[in-house]
Every structure is written in structure tokens, then in C-alpha cells.
Design a protein around this ligand. Sequence first.
Ligand SMILES: Nc1nc2c(ncn2[C@@H]2O[C@H](COP(=O)(O)OP(=O)(O)OP(=O)(O)O)[C@@H](O)[C@H]2O)c(=O)[nH]1
Ligand SMILES: [Mg+2]
Length: 292
Amino acid sequence: MAAQRLQGVAVIHWYPGHMQKATRQIQTILRQVDVVVELLDARCPRASHNPKIASWLGSKSHLFVLTKADLAQPQWTERWLTFLRSNGVAALAADLRTGGVARTLSEAVLRAGAARRERERRKALQARPLRVVILGIPNVGKSVLVNQLGGRKGAKTGDRPGVTMTGQWIRNDRFWLYDTPGVLWPKLEDPQVAFALAACGAIPMEILPIEEVANWLVARLYELQPSILKERYSLLGEERETLEGIARATGLLQKGGEPDTQAAAVRLLRDFQEGRLGRVTLEQPDESFFVR
Ligand SMILES: Nc1nc2c(ncn2[C@@H]2O[C@H](COP(=O)(O)OP(=O)(O)OP(=O)(O)O)[C@@H](O)[C@H]2O)c(=O)[nH]1
Ligand SMILES: [Mg+2]
């Protein structure tokens, strides 16, 4: 069951078998790697940070990359980077579609792997390629990044969650990169986290309580950028935006002329996910990032 009700709020669960298996596989791989790169969605860095990863890491070097920066508000992405760095965590932001991050990230990975290089030098061991694992929620851009760092299209990518089903090594002479399937954690207990993940496309639409997610997004957008929906859908005379209003304004009507709120919900989520509403950051940095 993907969504159930708890005190009137939809609780979204999506923890399919491949994700459960991948979670175990990641814990094994983590023992073999030098550097961990965790991808966060720049529109919701808090919701997209896997609270389990920190507890698996031990003393491993950990870097964050905020992906889909082209869809987030630049000033908030800057604040997130400042926040993460001021908490001692290395962090970069990227629009992975342009490919420009590979060099900066390669340098950051080499810096993070410097301790191992130093050990090899001290013990006069032959240097071996650094082993790097790329982790993150589904659909955040892991496979795209692996292909950019690896310099070839070895990993399958796609615009929906759950494209990568098993992990694989992609090797070049500097790095061994491990592309992982996107994983969530078994219980998305915090509805704000679940809704943000759903809105940003980390959970397949087919299993979502779609109108509920869209209503959450409508309310959140109204708080953050009050005119964004009015402008996109040319909504007139509506005190607050609603799915009914969006359905009417975009001609999504049922046979009897009633607004098709389900279709409006799908339209809104697609428009948001593909950047047609403009740049939006759903979450602002605060200490709860580290204490979930
Ligand atoms: N706009 C934008 N789209 C991106 C960015 N990075 C990745 N994408 C798109 O996001 C989608 C998912 O990319 P993948 O690399 O397949 O994602 P993944 O994290 O490997 O996903 P799973 O294998 O399902 O866990 C693709 O359609 C990419 O083109 C980005 O920085 N900006
Ligand atoms: Mg993938």
C-alpha cells in the first residue's frame, strides 16, 4: 500500500523490494569505498537527505551535491551551500544537464581521498584509483553524474524514479564509481518530507495520493511565491489558488463540465517538476537537517 491515512493525513510509503535490496548492497559497498557523494535535490535538500546515511558512514569522507540547481532559486541554493559548509560539510551545487560540475567534483573527490593517497605514499604502496559511491533518493541525477564523472554513458538514466535497479561499478583510470539505485527509507513519517519528495518526482506518480500532494504544493507555493500559480495559469478572481481553479483555467473539465481536479493535479506536478512554474526552492536551511 503506497499511501494510508493517519489522523487525516496521507502517509506515503514507497519501499519496493529492489530498494530494500539496494539498501543492504549500499551498506556493503560503503566498506569498500574512499569517498561518499550524496546527491540532494536543490529544491528540497532537507527532505532529500537520507537520515540513515550518516549513521552508516563512520569516518568516510562525505560530500553533498545539490542537483537540479537550475530548478531552484539561486539565492536559496547559495544559502544552503553556506549552511552546509559552515557545518563543516563539503557541498557543491550543479545543473547536471550542462555537465560543468564534473571537473570541480573530481577535484573535490581527489581532495577528499587525499588521506588515502598520503597513506599509500607513506607506505610506498602503488596508488590505486579512488573508489567513490554516488548515493541519493530516486531521480535525483545519480546516473547522469556517474556518466559525467566516468566520461562515458555507462549508466542508464531516465526521467522517472526507479530507473537504476541494481548497483554497478563504472571505471576510469582515476576513479571507480559506484552508481546506486535511488533509495528512500522505510517510513516517511514526516508528511512535509513525504510531500516534498513526491512533489519533486522522487516517488512514482502512479502510487501517490495525487490530489493531496498537489494540494500540499499549491499551499506551499502560495506561502513561498504567492503569485506564481496565478501567473502560470492566468487565474483570475481566485482569492487562493485551488486545483478547481487550475482545472477551469486550463480547460481540464469532466464530461458534465465539472473541473477535473485529478488531471489538474497531474498537470501541476508535471509543470513543477519540469520547471515550467519557474525556479522554486521548497525548503530553507535549518538545523533540523542534521537531527532527523
Ligand atoms: N533540470 C535538471 N534535470 C536533471 C538534473 N540532473 C538530472 N536531471 C534529470 O533527472 C532525471 C533523472 O536522472 P538519473 O540520473 O536517471 O537519476 P537517478 O538518481 O539515477 O535515478 P534512479 O536511478 O531512479 O534512482 C533525468 O531525466 C535527468 O535528465 C539537473 O541538474 N537539472
Ligand atoms: Mg540511476
